[in-house]
Design a protein around this ligand. Structure first.
Ligand SMILES: [Zn+2]
Length: 87
């Protein structure tokens, strides 16, 4: 009788440990999924008019209605449009 109770307690103990660990893993995974889901909401993505790369709106270099990933590409785009108009 006592041995059966001991085995039952052991099984319950193991089940508790496994269940608690699984719960912790699930909590971690849910937190990770939430941070992933929130990532695209942080800022709008814009496309560089010079190289076509996508970058966050807060890093944009603006000129008229165009946006660029960096000032170098803004200058390149200006040079390109200048040479186009001179022809
Ligand atoms: Zn660019």
């Amino acid at each position: 009788m006592f041995f059966r109770l001991f085995v039952l307690a052991l099984i319950l103990g193991v089940a508790w440990q496994v269940g608690w660990r699984l719960w912790r893993i699930r909590q971690k995974r849910e937190a990770l999924e939430q941070t992933h889901a929130n990532a695209p909401k942080q800022g709008k993505m814009l496309r560089c008019a010079q190289c076509g790369v996508h970058f966050p709106e807060q890093e944009a270099v603006r000129m008229d209605d165009k946006v660029f990933c960096c000032t170098q590409h803004q200058i390149l785009f200006q040079k390109k449009s200048d040479s186009d108009s001179s022809h």
